[in-house]
Every structure is written in C-alpha cells, then in structure tokens.
Design a protein around this ligand. Structure first.
Ligand SMILES: [Zn+2]
Length: 147
C-alpha cells in the first residue's frame, strides 16, 4: 500500500481513510491536496478517480487543467486529448448539447480531441473507461504519425 502520487508507504489507517473518502490510495499530504482542489475548484470525485486510474495504468495526465478559457477535467497533452466529465448527463438541455458540440468543434480546429464521459461510467466501469482512453490515445498517436 503506497501513495499513488509519491509512492510513500501508507499505514492501514491512512490507506482506509483515503480509500473511504476518495476511492484512491493517497498519503495524508496528497489526500489533503486533492481535497483542497475539490473544495476550491469544484473538481469532481470522478475526475480525481479517473486521473488516478490513468496514473495507475502509466498515463501521465493533468487534473483540472486550465486551457486559457475553461477548465478541462483531464488533459493528456502528449496526444492533445481533453476529457470532460459530464455530471448531469441525464438532464442535458438542447442548448447545452449544442454548446458542447460547438466546444468540441473549436477544440478540433485547434488540434485537440475532446471526449465526454458520463460520471456514472467512472463510478461503475473505471477499468474499462481507462482501457478505452488508452485505445483512443493509441489511435491519436497513429494518426499523428500519418500526417
Ligand atoms: Zn503522497
């Protein structure tokens, strides 16, 4: 049992406290840092869990990255992939849907791929979600080579 961020060995108490509240294993220092981020920037628990799910799989991502205009839940800069987590997926209005599509269009024009993942997928299918993101990254890398 080690901290996912700094690899420090965790006591049973610290491990349980972190896994119970965040669902990821972090030392007290890094747990506090994530909790502060969630409180100050409104980072969702699902974003934190996906970030560490990717980290476990060896993918270096950025959590709650500011792109100059808006905050991106997870950004994987190496392949210019932005991941947005939809927290209110079932309550989307027409206006939100067209705004999302426009956002996706603008990011494509800037060379970025944006994918949206409903929060419940991370809660129930984290491993599969991570595997699919890795597949998307491989596809993006292959496309870059062709160009
Ligand atoms: Zn740590």
């Amino acid at each position: 049992m080690t901290c996912l961020e700094c690899s420090k060995k965790l006591s049973v108490l610290d491990y349980n406290s972190s896994v119970d509240s965040l669902g990821v294993e972090l030392c007290p220092h890094h747990k506090k840092r994530i909790e502060d981020l969630m409180e100050q920037k409104g980072t969702s628990l699902e974003a934190v869990q996906l970030y560490y799910g990717l980290k476990r799989a060896g993918v270096a991502a950025m959590l709650d990255w500011w792109d100059g205009k808006k905050s991106i839940d997870i950004a994987i800069s190496r392949v210019k992939l932005n991941i947005l987590i939809d927290s209110k997926y079932h309550m989307m209005t027409h206006e939100q849907a067209i705004n999302n599509l426009e956002e996706t269009m603008h990011s494509f024009k800037n060379g970025f791929t944006t994918i949206r993942i409903p929060h419940f997928l991370i809660q129930h299918y984290l491993k599969e979600t991570v595997n699919n993101i890795i597949g998307i990254m491989e596809g993006l890398k292959a496309n870059v080579k062709v160009i």
